[in-house]
Write a protein that binds this ligand. Structure first.
Ligand SMILES: [Fe+2]
Ligand SMILES: [Fe+2]
Length: 289
């Protein structure tokens, strides 16, 4: 990694994107004492895009209430302020995906991938007796670095794709050649600045390159979830990852073979519900990228 290039890129990120103001105020309000739900709702509704994303996550199968939460007030009451805090944080950070100059279709493709990996990570964490909430949050944020690269340098993505094609290398190698760092390293830097927990930061940093020490941690969970989702949806991306590594993670997490098969079925059902919620909110899923 070229540290100077990474640091100057982060300066560029600061110039064009900041954490949504409303989300920041809502987080501060939830953290303050004597908070009441009406105040939180009044503040949240100032940013309708944020409201949309919060409702999407609240309606995801994670909370077992798909399609049931129609208002932000209901969301606050049903999922509770602690969960709402994590959702607002994730929705605010992931808002970077929406701020790119990409078409609406691409925007939701990136966002849909994030939700899908989040849900798959949660299902894996459940089977591995890890914290489902943490896994869901990491899944949502794992590609935040990639979203910020597109935001700051929209043309870089084409350059990276071309380099992958020419050199026959992986996405990370191509990013390193073009930018001097990869999207995991950028995500790590951004997540660090937001003082996210260390296991969240580590999982974002190395989600494509786990070491043997990572196999039974959230890094392993995210790596596996990312690969399963890509295979399931067939995004058409190259370098789906090392299957041998996925096998090692499955055994390190003590997940049985038949449970892996179930993961595909459960995640497919979840994805269908998520797609329905996109449609019911009048959003384009764009999942055919
Ligand atoms: Fe990634
Ligand atoms: Fe991903």
């Amino acid at each position: 990694m070229n540290k100077n290039k990474l640091d100057s890129f982060v300066d560029e990120v600061d110039k064009v994107w900041c954490f949504p103001e409303t989300a920041m105020e809502v987080l501060a309000l939830i953290d303050s004492q004597d908070v009441n739900i009406t105040e939180v709702v009044d503040m949240l509704v100032r940013d309708q895009r944020l409201v949309g994303r919060v409702l999407q996550i609240a309606n995801s199968p994670f909370y077992g209430l798909s399609g049931a939460i129609g208002s932000i007030k209901e969301a606050c009451i049903i999922i509770g302020l602690n969960s709402l805090r994590r959702i607002v944080l994730a929705a605010g950070l992931a808002g970077a995906m929406a701020d790119t100059r990409q078409s609406r279709k691409d925007e939701y493709s990136a966002w849909l991938h994030a939700i899908h990996v989040a849900e798959m990570s949660r299902l894996i964490a459940k089977k591995a007796n890890l914290n489902e909430d943490t896994a869901f949050t990491i899944g949502l944020l794992h590609d935040i670095g990639e979203a910020l690269i597109v935001l700051v340098s929209p043309d870089v993505r084409d350059e990276v794709d071309a380099r992958m094609e020419e050199a026959g290398c992986s996405l990370l190698e191509a990013e390193e050649m073009v930018l001097g760092f990869n999207h995991g390293e950028l995500g790590e830097k951004i997540a660090g600045r937001w003082r996210l927990p260390s296991d969240v930061i580590r999982a974002i940093a190395v989600h494509h390159t786990p070491t043997q020490d990572d196999l039974s941690s959230y890094v392993g969970v995210i790596y596996l979830a990312n690969n399963l989702c890509r295979k399931l949806i067939n995004y058409g991306e190259k370098n789906l990852g090392n299957d041998a590594m996925s096998e090692e993670i499955i055994s390190a997490l003590c997940i049985k073979e038949d449970e892996v098969a179930n993961l595909h079925v459960e995640a497919k059902e979840s994805l269908e519900k998520i797609l329905e919620s996109f449609v019911s909110m009048g959003m384009n899923s764009g999942h055919d990228r």
